[in-house]
Design a protein around this ligand. Structure first.
Ligand code: HEC
Length: 172
């Protein structure tokens, strides 16, 4: 590909609404587990659903964290609102790093036609300490692995989750 064609494509991506994402989140299948925390083959956090809709602890925790810090703008169940995009759709194309980046640093789309601000959560321990939890919950929603609403049951809270929560939030 010659340079001018490349520049055009990048420009088109920028005009189409901000960031052009390189690749999607990939296959969500569980490839490894560590104390009740599951990862895909690339080592990124993923969800695990067992029979009867039982979810792993982190997906359940993500459901709760999402509905305390994100749903006011992004709507219940990640379904979106008139103000902010449906993350259950966004997560089909955002990979883990894109997600963490937007949540940490925020994003603004403010001009004559728009007044949309995604806040930066970098200093909010209730979000940043549970970023993987929120990620796996939304990843599961994007793949229709769990329906809307509170998951009917979940795995026990792993000891590792208790410890990292205490050290990360500073609350014992
Ligand atoms: C005050 C309202 C508000 C809150 C609260 C909020 N967001 Fe956002 N978010 C937005 C808006 C508006 C956008 C779209 C910004 C744009 O158009 O560039 C956005 C965009 C995003 C995107 C990028 C979506 C895409 O399609 O590229 C992600 C990911 C995201 N938010 C995650 C979260 C998470 C996770 C939380 C909770 C921890 C959260 N947001 C809380 C308003 C909010």
């Amino acid at each position: 590909m010659n340079i001018s064609k490349f520049v055009l494509i990048v420009l088109a991506g920028a005009l189409a609404g901000g960031t052009a994402y390189a690749d999607g989140p990939g296959d969500p299948a569980v490839a490894s587990s560590d104390n009740g925390k599951y990862a895909d083959k690339d080592g990124n956090p993923t969800y695990k659903i067992s029979g009867e809709g039982m979810v792993d602890w982190y997906s359940f925790s993500g459901f709760r964290r999402y509905h305390s810090d994100c749903h006011v703008c992004h709507g219940p169940n990640g379904d979106g609102s008139s103000y902010a995009p449906a993350l259950a759709s966004s997560m089909k194309t955002l990979n883990y790093n894109d997600f963490v980046n937007v949540v940490t640093n925020g994003r603004q789309n403010v001009n004559a036609a728009n007044d949309k601000v995604m806040p930066a959560f970098a200093s909010n321990v209730n979000v940043m300490c549970f970023i993987d939890d929120i990620y796996v919950y939304l990843r599961a929603r994007a793949n229709n692995a769990i329906p809307g609403g509170r998951p009917p049951s979940h795995e026990d809270k792993p000891e590792a989750a208790k410890q990292s929560e205490a050290s990360c939030t500073g609350v014992k």
